[in-house]
Design a protein around this ligand. Structure first.
Ligand code: C2E
Ligand code: MG
Ligand code: MG
Length: 699
């Protein structure tokens, strides 16, 4: 396009006389003013006159023209004009408003093309004017609505932002910047945007976007936690992703909302609908839910599950005599006592009034339910202090067991309730189970528990001894000490009837210590005069290991009896070695260093993780009698196993003992395999200490 020479335009025909120019002015809604600075003459086109008001006409003065510019704009435009002339700007551009006759205001955009004389003074100016009132109104409306949007965003705690993939540019609303704690003039790149997500959740969020892009997902929602000095905030983002026709992400528009408060309300609501505000225990709704869930688990794992219903006896009396506040206080304290006696994974709930309920998952033995119920009853023995008074409150308990008593939650609760009713009828302060058998078993077990407590001090425990022989020579080499309970009414009780209970209650620790002392006394007695000493084996329970007192107990037993450590053998179970490696290994190492022999009892029944055998100081494997029982047989399984155990023992340089040998054929077979020591009814049953002594003397 040829350069526009202003003087050519100025010397052309007066405005309005040229049809083309007029048409252009009309089309563009523009007007022109020609200013001949030399002559100081203004020529105003018809269109410009329409814009500026009819007060203008050719020959009007410049000062009149400038006087039209709105009050607040006038100084700005005058300064701009002065500056442009001083610097000889060829074009000057400005927007301003003019006040028209009659009070109306119009927004105009003006562009002046200026030409200067040789001395630098302005010679001509051609000023184009355009009415932008309508545009201004649109822009104003837009900025008004943006402001309103911002305000709404601020109120709703919602911010929004967008990412333009083509320009690699982001735009954040003021509220979004506030929420994301970024400055108002923040101009982030992609990395900065990514860094908005806390580091620990960033990979996860990036993964979400990657998946969304891969699947062309348009809407993506996620929550991110911001842990900051002044607390944790949770921000919820909903992103809408726009794709190009080729499937590339093109634009991402996202809203972020601070949902910290919302979540906390939700939590409060949850806690109100599922927890009892007084005791802070789960309420009936949550209890039923947990019970149903636990039943599914129990059925899946084929476990038993117990439920107990508890009712405070004579709660109403306390409530009536001491007042409701005292009643509330009692309920709180009762809840506290329940929490103390039950396991962490049991659910305790307050069903309403003075009624509580418990879910006991994984009840191993049906009578465990009785132990727990009696623990609860005991927990209520101490008085409660309510309103500065001591009050005694007892509790009645009804229980039912899954799957024996019921198959679903409703039935289980109904049956426990029936049992509770029964307990109340039995004079309160007791427990009853839905199945009367279970009640009987549970109370028998409880009686046994309290009797076993006294058995030690009443000297009702005894050790019997079962001889062990060397197969090749037929020589007596030692004995295993086996515990018996000489019960005043029931006679000799075998260990399988009381050892598990002793283990459950922890009584096995003092009982086991007693067995060690008694066995050491016997061993010292038999061996001190003999040239061919016997090795006496004592069984240890895994429960004797924690607490770090075992080594000391063994040392004291040895020295009190004047028993040499090489006369003592300790039998442990395979499972112990798998449990707590380091601690157990340390204890066994110390015992072994004392000169005591360690044997693994019932070998072959536990987990066959053979690696542990080399890691622990073990010298003897006792093959479990379950395998010996099957020997010899043509079906082969037991034979293969025993063969494998013998060759394993031999290759690890361990001695082998076969227990439960009952027949000559078994003995012959074992001898053929190279198993050295045997123990079993074929050679001798466990007998009392005095009988064993006679035997030793005789042999
Ligand atoms: P165990 O340590 O495997 O003891 C061997 C058991 O097998 C003994 O049963 C013994 O009488 C039995 N037995 C021995 N030879 C034969 C046989 O030829 N045929 C059959 N059928 N059985 C035989 P007992 O005395 O009833 O002891 C059972 C379990 O009680 C012991 O198994 C042991 O695990 C535990 N136990 C016994 N005394 C103690 C003790 O003082 N402390 C600990 N923690 N557990 C003990
Ligand atoms: Mg044993
Ligand atoms: Mg055994």
């Amino acid at each position: 396009m040829p350069a526009l020479v202003l003087s050519d335009v100025l010397t052309a025909a007066p405005p309005g006389s040229d049809d083309c120019l007029r048409a252009a002015q009309h089309l563009m809604e523009a007007g022109f003013i020609r200013w001949d600075a030399v002559q100081n003459a203004l020529h105003v086109s018809v269109e410009a006159r329409a814009m500026l008001g009819d007060g203008l006409h050719d020959g009007v003065t410049v000062s009149r023209l400038i006087g039209l510019i709105g009050g607040s704009d006038a100084p700005r435009i005058q300064a701009l004009w002065r500056e442009a002339l001083a610097r000889r700007h060829a074009t000057v551009e400005a927007e301003f408003s003019v006040s028209l006759f009659g009070g109306s205001v119009r927004h105009l955009r003006g562009v002046a093309l200026c030409e200067y004389a040789a001395d630098g003074s302005l010679a001509h100016a051609l000023i184009g004017l355009q009415d932008v009132s309508a545009q201004g109104a649109v822009l104003q409306a837009l900025s008004d609505s943006e402001a309103r949007l911002e305000e709404a965003q601020e109120l709703a705690q919602v911010g929004c932002w967008e990412w333009d993939y083509v320009r690699q540019q982001a735009r954040f609303s003021a509220q979004a910047l506030r929420m994301l704690r970024r400055p108002h003039d923040w101009a982030p790149d992609m990395q900065d945007v990514l860094a908005l997500v806390p580091e620990d959740q960033r990979d996860w969020v990036v993964g979400l976007y990657k998946d969304a892009f891969a699947n062309k997902t348009e809407i993506l929602r996620y929550e991110v936690r911001h842990v900051e000095e002044d607390g944790t905030r949770e921000l919820h983002t909903v992103a809408r992703i726009g794709y190009s026709p080729k499937g590339q992400p093109r634009r991402l528009l996202a809203s972020v909302q601070d949902i910290t408060e919302l979540k906390s309300y939700r939590r409060q609501l949850h806690s109100l609908s599922f927890f009892d505000p007084l005791t802070e225990l789960p309420n009936r709704a949550l209890f039923v839910d947990r019970l149903s869930q636990a039943l599914i688990d129990a059925s899946w794992h084929q476990q038993q599950l117990g439920t107990l219903l508890l009712d405070l006896d004579r709660f109403k009396d306390i409530n009536d005599s001491l007042g409701h506040r005292a009643g509330d206080d009692l309920l709180k304290q009762a809840a506290q006592r329940l929490r103390q006696v039950l396991r962490e994974y049991d659910t305790i709930a307050r069903l309403g009034g003075d009624e509580f309920a418990v879910v006991l998952p994984d009840v191993r033995h049906p009578t465990d339910l009785g132990s727990i119920a009696s623990k609860v009853i005991n927990a209520f023995k101490a008085p409660f202090t309510i309103s500065a008074q001591e009050v005694f409150v007892t509790v009645s308990i009804g229980g039912a067991l899954y799957p024996t008593d019921a198959k679903d939650a409703n039935q289980l609760l109904q049956h426990a309730d029936a049992a509770l009713y029964h307990a109340k009828g039995q004079g309160r302060n007791n427990f009853q189970f839905y199945s009367s058998d279970l009640t009987a078993q549970a109370s028998a077990r409880l009686t046994m528990e309290s009797e076993l407590h006294k058995a030690l001090e009443r000297h009702e425990l005894e050790l019997h001894y079962q001889p062990k022989f060397d197969l090749a020579s037929g020589r007596l080499v030692g004995a295993e000490a086996l515990m018996r309970w000489n019960h005043p009414e029931r006679g000799l009780v075998p260990p399988m009837q009381f050892i598990p209970l002793a283990e459950d209650t922890g009584l096995i620790v003092p009982m086991g210590a007693w067995a060690l002392r008694a066995a050491c006394v016997a061993a010292a007695d038999w061996n001190s005069r003999s040239s061919d000493p016997l090795k006496i084996a004592v069984n240890l329970s895994a429960r004797q290991f924690p607490g770090g007192e075992l080594v000391q107990t063994v040392r004291e037993a040895l020295s009190a009896a004047n028993c040499q450590p090489q006369w003592l053998e300790l039998e442990i179970t395979e499972s112990l070695l798998l449990d707590g490696h380091d601690e157990i290994c340390g204890v066994l190492e110390e015992l072994s260093q004392l000169g005591i022999t360690i044997a693994i009892d019932d070998f072959g029944t536990g987990y066959s993780a053979l690696s542990y055998l080399t890691r622990f100081p073990v010298q003897i494997l006792k093959i479990d009698r379950a395998f010996i029982k099957e020997l010899p047989s043509d079906r082969g399984n037991a034979e293969q196993l025993v063969k494998a155990i013998v060759s394993l023992g031999q290759s690890l340089n361990m001695a082998l003992v076969a227990e439960g040998v009952e027949t000559q054929a078994q003995a012959d077979y074992l001898s053929g395999l190279g198993c050295e020591v045997v123990q079993g009814f074929l050679f001798g049953k466990p007998v009392s200490r005095s009988s064993f002594e006679q035997w030793v003397r005789a042999s």
